[in-house]
Design a protein around this ligand. Structure first.
Ligand code: SF4
Length: 233
């Protein structure tokens, strides 16, 4: 972004500007620097986040994406699923978790009677890391404000964090996923359940006791039980 646009970019995400009722959103003025904040309350609905992410260059992943992959599902779902980042299928379609890993995730959720109405799906970074590499720390930080806004707007009861990058990107917890999966984490007053990433399960197809698939089955049942508890309380 040329320096001449920088003032506009900063104005767009200035807190005072956001507090002003319904300013027209200037989609040409996306902050290209992750140093420019996106304060909580910037967005009134999820749709402008999609538009913004598709024009966003807050990190280098914006240079190589086909589509930003922002989210799908019930915008008021009780469970938000957060993945690592878009893969090739997601980059091509703009929809999260549509490849083989996504299909497996759908089956896992359906196995405990969690369907489309119960779920909103997103990723910790909205643009595909080249070669499906792990998102880097600065990319996680640059994209995090969009996720924070999605969480505020969807207001899920439970956040399912699939894989270590999702855990690290949201909560900052750097422990390995195999150490913390299946244990509830409280983040900003919300219940988060770290689980193995479905892509990892595809590479480890065994269903033996103690296998990744078996562990996922244990963890997803905890999520189902917790949702039932919350709904009945
Ligand atoms: S990954 Fe996120 S921060 Fe980076 S360019 Fe895409 S939308 Fe912007």
């Amino acid at each position: 972004m040329p320096p001449s646009n920088e003032a506009n970019q900063i104005d767009l995400f200035n807190l005072a500007e956001v507090a002003t009722p319904t300013p027209a959103v200037d989609f040409d003025a996306i902050p290209t620097s992750a140093a420019v904040p996106i304060p909580p309350g910037t967005y009134e609905t999820l749709e402008p986040i999609v538009t913004h992410c598709n024009q966003c260059h807050r990190c280098r992943l914006g240079e190589t994406r086909t589509h930003a992959v922002v989210g799908r599902g019930n915008p008021k779902a009780p469970i938000m699923v957060v993945g690592e980042g878009p893969g090739q299928n997601e980059d091509e379609t703009g929809l999260p978790f549509v490849g083989r890993a996504g299909q497996l995730l759908t089956k896992i959720l359906e196995s405990v009677r969690l369907g489309d109405d119960d779920i909103y799906v997103t990723n910790i970074v909205k643009c595909r890391p080249p070669g499906n590499r792990t998102p880097e720390a600065d990319e996680l930080a640059a994209c995090r404000p969009y996720l924070i806004e999605q969480i505020r707007l969807v207001d899920p009861k439970i956040i399912l964090l699939t894989g270590a990058s999702a855990v690290r990107g949201l909560t900052g917890d750097k422990r390995g996923i195999t150490k913390i999966r299946g244990q509830w984490i409280e983040w900003e007053g919300r219940l988060c359940m770290p689980v193995l990433h479905p892509a990892y399960l595809l590479r480890n197809p065994s269903r033996e006791q103690g296998s990744p698939k078996w562990l996922m089955w244990q963890d997803i049942q905890l999520v189902r039980q917790k949702l039932d508890e919350i709904r009945s309380s």
